[in-house]
Design a protein around this ligand. Sequence first.
Ligand code: PGA
Length: 258
Amino acid sequence: MSRRPLVAGNWKMNGSRDSNANLIHDVIFEVRKYPDVDVLVCPPAVYLDAVGRQLEGSAVQLGAQDLSEQPKTGAYTGEIHGVMLRDVGCTHVIVGHSERRSLYGEGNDKVAQKFATAQECGLIPILCVGETLEQRENGQTESVLAEQLGTVVTACGAQAFKQAVIAYEPVWAIGTGLTATPQQAQDAHAFLRAQLAASDAKIAGLVRILYGGSVKGENAESLFAGPDVDGGLIGGASLKAGEFMSICAAAAAQARSK
Ligand code: PGA
């Protein structure tokens, strides 16, 4: 099953008007070399509108890092609704990133609500799942992944993954410089795909599963080698155009060989 690779940049809480404009300028220019890769950037919410305008007419897509789980707009101070994200040009939104789970108390149920709201607004959710180091060392990786994915499958149905992306991000590899080995990544991806296949084999074969956690130009090609690895969710390395583009090059090279 050949799936089009996706490389998504998660800028987290970084950037400024000037630095974003420079970064996007370079990304738009370079991305034309990789027509077989879908490329997405996820700036902080306050910059989405400006970055979206700069991306107009380019192949680079726009995503948000989070959204409100509230089904309707209204009196929710500080929150941002999916319809607003759509309004400024977002096609995707990250849900359940481990930083949101651990620092802002988002549990599986809230993540599932966000996933559902995103889809109701016509956004493609990128559902992040991943185990902590302690969970891995205790042999709980699969049970953690099963629960994180399973909560969304139960709430929204396996069919919902027709318009969704999964990102496997081992928490211990995020921003630490540590990465999963290519085999650890492949094993987790295969596990997630099999879990979805138990509900709907066709959807499982179509859904893209990204790897995230200290992906760089130098390790991307080996991390993307696994047959179930369909690209990456890139944090730190997405803030430098050259590094981000070498990751896109790696995704393109792997897509050719799969
Ligand atoms: P990192 O972050 O590439 O900086 O490790 C990945 C992520 O959190 O999505």
